[in-house]
Design a protein around this ligand. Structure first.
Ligand code: 2P0
Length: 324
């Protein structure tokens, strides 16, 4: 159908996002409220496309990822999410969910963000729930926190909020930028973000300082975005990312996501700055590194970093959308 829905079927596409101010820790796991706000860039690559088809006669949901039927934890997570949608819509219909992911799943390229943003958008349309960005962002958050931000195009802030109603993402005007993604290792990470976040919050003596400093970084980042100050955006991005990895490493038992090659990329980026090229590194819950650059310098920086792994230049992308 023209708007992506027809008779209980809807298809949506969403992109992953990379945070410049990171989300690491929840204050409420049941409703998925973050310990602090965060800010990210939604990308124009590695899309997830998801079709939701209602099936009134089925006894359970089915979930296919990249053409393969899923069972166990992955299916349960989709079913729990659809239970929330069914509760709100008053429908009891089960669904067939077919998802195609262009990024390697679990490699730290935020596939849960694009995944639940696409699922929230398609399921809302298929079950007849509101499709405005704030509603979709709040719903996507329930599947995976970072998915709240993938509803929104370009740069967005996810507000910590006072509760379920006020914790959603919205757009932030920001200067033009690109990211150079350096894929150091495509393998599935050893410990999930969700588990490592929980461990960090429970055991790190630095966790309260991390939460407080994230609020400060977010305030400074919003100001830098408003001012169009690329240099300040970059500096906050890199120092905040290193603080996140520091607090993660301070958990008991410790968790370390950065590999020796990841550190080498941070060093190479620092050396680029010494030569007058403005580049700033960040990394999520895995060894891959994303480098924030000005558009005019993206290709040159990508060339400099090719020796460390597969390199791809990405830009700001669309928010979650219903498609044909
Ligand atoms: C972020 N990450 O802000 C941070 C930085 C990874 C490092 O959000 O438990 O998949 O589903 O809410 O969103 C990854 O964690 O965790 C993440 P859940 P999520 O992008």
């Amino acid at each position: 159908a023209a708007n992506g829905t027809a008779g209980g079927t809807a298809t949506a596409r969403a992109f992953p996002n990379i945070a410049l101010v990171k989300y690491w820790g929840k204050r409420d796991e049941a409703v998925m409220l973050p310990a602090a706000g965060s800010l990210s860039l939604t990308l124009d690559a590695y899309a997830t496309t998801t079709a939701v088809t209602l099936d009134a006669s089925a006894a359970s949901d089915r979930f296919e990822l990249n053409g393969e039927a899923q069972a166990g934890d992955r299916l349960r997570r989709v079913t729990r999410f659809l239970d929330l949608v069914r509760e709100r819509s008053g429908s009891t219909a089960r669904a067939l969910v077919r998802s195609h992911n262009e990024a390697p799943t679990g490699a730290g390229l935020a596939s849960s963000a694009s995944g639940f943003a696409a699922l929230a958008t398609a399921a809302s349309a298929a079950y007849g729930l509101p499709g405005d960005p704030a509603s979709l962002s709040r719903l996507a958050r329930r599947g995976s926190g970072s998915a709240a931000r993938s509803i929104i195009p370009g740069v967005s802030v996810w507000h910590a909020g006072d509760g379920d109603e006020t914790s959603f993402a919205e757009p932030v005007p920001a200067p033009e930028m690109r990211m150079v993604i350096v894929t150091v290792d495509e393998r599935q990470k050893a410990i999930s973000s969700r588990e490592a976040m929980r461990l960090t919050a429970l055991t790190s003596p630095f966790y309260p300082a991390w939460v407080a400093s994230t609020e400060q970084s977010l305030e400074a980042m919003l100001e830098a975005c408003r001012d169009g100050d690329f240099t300040r955006i970059g500096r906050i991005t890199e120092s905040h990312a290193l603080r996140m990895h520091a607090v993660i490493q301070s958990a008991d038992p410790p968790v370390r996501y950065l590999a020796p090659t990841s550190i080498a990329v941070f060093d190479a980026v620092s050396a680029l700055r010494d030569r007058g090229v403005e580049a700033y590194a960040t990394a999520d819950a895995g060894p891959n590194v994303c480098v924030v650059v000005r558009p005019a310098e993206a290709e040159a920086v990508a060339d400099e970093l090719r020796g460390f792994g597969r390199v791809r230049v990405v830009g700001p992308g669309a928010g979650a959308e219903l498609i044909d």
